[in-house]
Write a protein that binds this ligand. Structure first.
Ligand code: SF4
Length: 168
């Protein structure tokens, strides 16, 4: 993640990483770090244990928890750009997009979006649908018809347990 208060670009290690692991300035870490939400950490039941970011090779991050629409980003680990691309993970991304009425977008290094799972079940690929993906000065542009009418924000959906990976 880019941390603007630290002038830290995305895809670089933070200077405050402690050698034994964790954050060396915890408590005084910047507001961007404090407001960041990793979806795996947010709930111990929302996602399977196998989706622990250090193990699976990607992390799910939510753009906005308190407002709709929002985007869930699948952030690939450096050196493991395709770890996310397994049928079981794709199925969770598809179901999460439908349950939260939001886009789930795969982010790879140097790319602000490669694959987008829409709430409708449609999957957009940058190679064939470039107009959907963010570019300089442009946000993700999933067509309005791909969204449902339920506009509850993610925070409420988490509280309501509206999505669980192992729910039918
Ligand atoms: S939480 Fe700490 S280690 Fe992590 S990015 Fe923020 S300042 Fe750096």
């Amino acid at each position: 993640m880019a941390i603007r208060e630290l002038d830290k670009p995305a895809w670089t290690a933070c200077a405050h990483l402690a050698s034994e692991g964790g954050c060396a300035v915890w408590g005084d870490h910047p507001p961007s770090c404090k407001s960041f939400t990793c979806l795996w950490r947010r709930s111990d039941s929302l996602l399977p244990a196998e989706m622990f970011p250090a193990g699976c090779g990607f992390m799910l991050a939510v753009d906005q928890l308190e407002t709709w629409p929002t985007v869930v980003k699948v952030c690939a680990e450096i050196g493991r750009p395709h770890a996310w691309d397994q049928p079981a993970w794709r199925e969770i991304f598809r179901r999460l997009a439908a349950a939260w009425n939001c886009a789930v977008v795969v982010i790879e290094q140097g790319m602000r979006g490669r694959i987008a799972f829409a709430p409708s079940g449609r999957i957009y690929d940058r190679a064939t649908d470039p107009a959907v993906f963010p570019a300089e000065g442009r946000e993700l542009a999933i067509p309005a018809a791909d969204y449902g009418s339920d506009r509850r924000p993610p925070a409420q959906r988490i509280a309501d347990a509206a999505f669980r990976w192992d729910a039918p």
